[in-house]
Design a protein around this ligand. Structure first.
Ligand code: ADQ
Length: 737
């Protein structure tokens, strides 16, 4: 009904507008016609009486008779003859208020005059003409008074007619539309139902693309629903159950460059544990706590070697040991080539559209190959069956899946690529593109955050590899090996255990304002990132600058706190960025500071989760301005932190998160004016609207949390294992037959 009204109301509105325009045009045109008609009639009356008028102008009795003849025209109410300002003769109904003196004055400048006079009986039209004899002698003026009350009557008739026509037309349009919509909808739904239920052998062309999508979705939802009903919402417990039910409680081995806990020595020489600023760790650590198993990573902390056993292992998390961390040690040369060189100067800029040119060096590539092999070997040392479940993480390990498969052909290898995958043309500039693709195709499943990244990956395989692409199941087939390519949008833990140590929102507001030396009613924005050129930190600070320039109401009141963890500082581009951001923040502060007020608080350091969450809770808004980002977990963390349902998220459209968090204010960070306006909208947003938006985003993250992300991958992996085992049995039977 609402949909029909949405169509009908504009239609009726359009018809009403047409009727009004028609009415105005029609009344104006008919009024003009009638006036012209009056003019002609009076001209005709004067011309036909002209000879008699000339002859008898001075004979009052005759003149009255002639004037009486003229008033036979039903529209002419009265006629009079004037000589200068004196009345010579007039018919009885000629109104006394129209005087010869007045007419004489009007005719002083023209041979004829037309005007309107208001009588007690209504308005009349007065037409006066000079009468000149054959010798061009001016005799006087003939005055005709017309009754124009019929004009108002005609106008009323026209209006009534148009109104009736409009109602009939609108009613017919509404009835016809309703009937047409009802029939079309019935036919459409009948056809769609037939197509979906499988009754239609060949669905209509319009439905064909839809049908397969809907069927897949329905099957998936039914599967998930059945499981959901059995197992409840996704959380650590359900993930553990999924692992037991679907993978016989297999231990999971995670391969990631970054370790979840870094051991360092503080200034007193005491060993302290740090949590790295990494989206990958944020997402995977709760999964690992739930599943147990082994996390294989680069041991990068200064005190890492001091706390491991003789096989480079340590049980974590400290104090709640539930899984094992296996550290792999890299030489400086290996780290420079594999991590800083090929991974972060080559692959990172290759995959992000952030206008930084990738650098590919042969010596970096050689280290990348060697280190991938070292990590693959470490993974193989940690498994305790010949068909383990291995989760390979990110662009540091594109080659490891193939290397692990060579040693463990029956392993289930799920590789998740945490950053975007570029289009085939862009990917093609990498000198080792075939090797990278071959490495990844050693996986059982390759996962990305979005369908777009999956499509780009499939297109790259299509462009550069010998393989068959099964578009029905989105898989890549090479010989007997099949790699599924699937979107798994990553998320965060829900409920957030990190919030346990964080004070309530009001306390965080007070504490952070005190820390930043701000008044209690100051408005606060927050940005939290690794210092990386893909995160758009410069664009963000410029938006703050522009906000203060274009919206003076926020000067002296709004402060933006940027928590920026230094990252990859061995790379020159990152050092340059660091300096540029510091200079920019200083410039903006110099421009707008007054007294103790500084608009930008640049807190360049790694912060522990408790601090990060305190800032999320203290802020009026969080601005995530990435130029390109696989997902961006800061956006999701901000929403998760706001259990007061207040605060506004301003989010770049170039993040994977923008697809999930549609209630954020989505902006193009390159469009400074748009981004600034969004900041102003956020700061002025009414608490009720903030609550509605926040509530809807919180519901989404609660449902699609990181346990569901991991669970979906594990369930898909289990399905794949079952299918492969079945194929293996068939192959053995055929061989024995
Ligand atoms: P990252 O590029 O690391 O992740 P992101 O998803 O934003 O980016 O996660 C950053 C994490 O580091 C967050 O948990 C945040 O709280 C933390 N952090 C940021 N700055 C910090 C600071 N100054 N101090 C302490 N902690 C800080 C990559 C991809 C992303 C993808 C993730 C997960 O680039 O697109 O979302 O992996 O797949």
């Amino acid at each position: 009904m609402r949909r029909t009204l949405r169509f009908l109301l504009p239609l009726i509105g359009g018809l009403a507008l047409l009727a009004v325009i028609g009415y105005v045009i029609l009344t104006r045109t008919t009024a003009q016609w009638f006036e012209k008609d009056l003019e002609l009639r009076s001209q005709l009356a004067v011309e036909s009486a002209r000879t008699s008028l000339e002859r008898h102008w001075t004979e009052a009795g005759e003149l009255e008779l002639i004037l009486g003849d003229i008033t036979r025209d039903e529209r002419i109410m009265g006629t009079a003859a004037c000589a200068g300002d004196a009345l010579v003769a007039a018919t009885p109904a000629f109104p006394g208020s129209v005087t010869c003196a007045y007419i004489d004055a009007q005719l002083a400048v023209a041979a004829s005059w037309t005007g309107t006079a208001d009588l007690a009986t209504g308005a009349v039209r007065v037409i006066a003409r000079r009468i000149v004899d054959h010798d061009n002698k001016h005799l006087g003026a003939l005055v005709l008074v017309h009754d124009v009350s019929f004009l108002a009557r005609r106008e009323a008739t026209t209006r009534n007619f148009l109104l009736a026509a409009f109602f009939i037309l609108a009613l017919s349009a509404a009835v016809v539309t309703l009937l047409a919509a009802r029939f079309a909808w019935r036919g459409w739904t009948r056809e769609l139902r037939r197509a979906l239920s499988g009754d239609a052998a060949d669905p209509a062309d319009d439905f064909r693309p839809l049908v397969s999508d809907v069927r897949t979705l329905v099957e998936r939802l039914v599967g998930e629903r059945e499981e959901g009903v059995r197992a409840g919402p996704w959380g650590p417990e359900r993930l553990r159950t999924t692992l037991t039910e679907h993978l016989n409680g297999e231990r999971i081995v995670i391969l990631a460059n970054r370790e979840p806990y870094i051991h360092e020595r503080d200034t007193d020489g005491k060993v302290v544990v740090l949590h790295p600023a990494s989206g990958l760790v944020t997402a995977l650590e709760p999964v690992m706590r739930a599943c147990s198993g082994v996390w294989v990573a680069h041991g990068s902390g200064g005190a890492d070697r001091d706390v491991v056993d003789d096989r480079s292992r340590i049980r974590v998390p400290p104090g709640e040991e539930s899984y094992r961390l296996r550290r792999v040690w890299l030489t400086e040369r290996e780290e420079n080539g594999y991590y800083y060189g090929f991974s972060n100067e080559g692959l990172w800029p290759l995959c992000h559209v952030a206008h930084t040119r990738p650098l590919f060096r042969t010596e970096d590539w050689a280290e990348y190959v060697r280190v991938n092999q070292r990590f693959a070997d470490a993974v193989c040392e940690e498994v305790d069956t010949d068909d383990p479940v291995i989760l390979v993480q990110d662009y540091h390990f594109a080659l490891a899946p193939k290397m692990i498969r060579a040693a463990l052909p029956r392993a289930t290898i799920i590789t998740f690529w945490h950053i975007p995958w570029p289009n085939a043309e862009r990917f093609g500039i990498c000198p080792w593109r075939e090797e990278l693709l071959a490495g990844l195709l050693g996986s059982s499943i390759v996962g990305f955050h979005t369908q777009q990244h999956c499509n780009n990956f499939i297109d790259s395989v299509d462009a550069f590899m010998e393989s068959r692409i099964d578009r029905e199941t989105t898989a890549i087939v090479q010989g007997r090996h099949r790699t599924l390519v699937r979107p798994y949008p990553i998320s965060i833990e829900w409920p957030l255990s990190k919030l346990d140590d964080v004070p309530a929102t009001e306390d965080c507001r007070t504490a952070v304002r005190r820390e930043l030396d701000l008044p209690a009613d100051a408005l606060l924005g927050v940005g939290i990132d690794r210092l990386d050129y893909t995160k758009g930190i410069e664009e963000r600070l410029r938006a703050v600058d522009d906000l203060l320039g274009r919206y003076p109401e926020f000067r002296g009141r709004f402060t933006f706190a940027q928590l920026a963890a230094p990252s990859r500082t061995k790379i020159e581009r990152y050092r340059d960025l660091n300096e540029r951001i510091e200079t920019l923040a200083a410039e903006i502060n110099a421009r707008w500071s007054s007294g103790t007020y500084r608009p930008i608080a640049l807190l360049r350091a790694h912060h522990e989760p408790a601090t990060v969450y305190r800032y999320y809770r203290a802020a009026e808004l969080c601005y995530v301005s990435s130029l390109h980002d696989g997902m961006n977990l800061v956006a999701k963390e901000f929403v998760a932190a706001r259990d007061d349902e207040q605060g506004v998220l301003v989010l770049s459209q170039f993040t994977g998160a923008a697809r999930d968090l549609s209630e954020a204010l989505i902006v193009n960070p390159y469009d400074l004016t748009q981004a600034t306006d969004a900041l102003a909208v956020a700061l002025r947003m009414a608490p009720r609207e903030q609550r509605e938006r926040m509530r809807s985003m919180r519901r989404l993250i609660a449902e699609f949390n990181v346990y569901r992300w991991a669970g979906r991958m594990l369930v898909d992996a289990a399905g794949l294992r079952r299918r492969e085992r079945l194929h293996g049995r068939f192959a053995a039977m055929r061989a024995n037959a």
